[in-house]
Design a protein around this ligand. Sequence first.
Ligand code: C2O
Ligand code: CU
Length: 544
Amino acid sequence: NCDDFVSYKVEWKKVRRLGHTKQLLTVNGQYPGPTIAVHEGDTVRIKVNNCMNENTTIHWHGVKQLRTGWADGPAYITQCPIRAGESYTYKFSVNDQRGTLWWHAHYSWQRASVHGAFIIYPRMPYPFSSSPIEAEIPILFGEWWNGDVEEVENEMLKHGGGPNVSDAYTINGLPGPLYPSSTIDTFISTVERGKTYLLRVINAALNNELFFAIANHTLTVVEVDAAYTKPFNTTAIMIAPGQTTTLLLNTDQVPEHSQMFPMTITPYVTSIFPFNNSTSIGFLRYNSTKIKKFSSKVPENLPEMKDTAFATAFLNKLRSLGSPMYPCNVPKTVHKRVVITISLNLQDCPSGKSCQGLNGKSFFASMNNQSFVRPALSILESHYRNTATKTYSSDFPEKPPKVYDYTGVNPLTYNMNAKFGTRVLEVAYGTDLEIVFQGTSFLNVENHPIHVHGHNFFVVGRGFGNFNVARDPAKYNLVDPPERNTVAVSTGGWAAIRIRANNPGAWFIHCHLEGHTSWGLAMGLIVRNGVGESKSLLPPPKDL
Ligand code: C2O
Ligand code: CU
């Protein structure tokens, strides 16, 4: 019953942006959806009522879900979708983590509008020194399509070409004055002069990494992906889809008469739109300032598109806090190293169809040349009930099928035909696992933000070109590497992560660019039960 006890009511609602009114998927009538704020150690219980005409699921991005994989949410990985008119209660605890996370639908492209902030307040005071925090401000970046988002996805899959780009980027659901008919839909954050604010920044965009800056203001990074960092100052940030960044902002400016400070996002990489068309502006307004006309001036401290030097320098500054209270538990040695190539592939177009990929072929994407196919039953359930053979196979390759120069001009032949299937990497409880993600350069103009469910990991190394096992591991940061749940793997470069696989269950690993996941840039990770109840997956809830 949708009007009964409602935590989340997922439903269609009319929403107007850019002068277009359309039916949008919303949660409790809101876009972006409601902010969930809990305390470290809380047990969370959220009933999701599906009040629309299609399937859905909700994922709590970055919540570790220790032993509660049933509440993780990705469709066909940890549960079958919640059908129209049905409900499911997500129940889990948030232990041993704190900070800015988010939640989003994990079924087709619904997360375009079904998403919101998920904030875990810490048990202990914030470890960064600052004046008292005046207020905490969630800031979500997103994308708006005038058309129906699922049609965009279906078109893309049908034609075997790239997705239609969105019509606007949004800040807290608002495109801002650079877009036509959009001045009324502008995000304004009102602050008081001489205070300190905590900005909880979330990139919920479907397909773009973004730069973010506020004119005249310096930002202090204190946390990424709900793990504290050594604080550092920056003029702008780079944030990939799936990632979160918590910032301190000192309102230390003296605004001139009617001056508001633009806060702006622009894509790190896009090959399609002209600059202004893809830039969203909101404003930081000191409460003494009257709202007059919006300026359309982009802050000077906003990096230009394709500023890889800025993006790389920014990522290299991220370090775990590594304090006695919050030690950095990076595995110093590992039991297993797995090397995984990330590729876009071209496949032959099914006969009788015409495909819009390169040379009339169809696009797919893969990891170690395995293009992920969603099973018909959830992997977690098959794993739990020992019916794996019907659903998936545990033969995901631990190294690339072919080793070649990934930065070469034309690795095309190597990227031709991926294998389709539902393959997972299966490891024993407690395995210290290193995964090296190797981006191959073919057609990859953007980074791949690779997200791991069920675990945080440490980014111990990054580099451009080919990963070299004889040379690169010696240079890893095993002292204070950043702890994350989503890592941006550079185009034609690599990133090495270390995971302590101590969360029994079945977990999705995938690119957080929605288009790439649809093409199959994903895999499963199964962590077997350890010895004893505390190292075992809990039984499924009754309403699964
Ligand atoms: Cu935020 Cu599997 O995703
Ligand atoms: Cu990708």
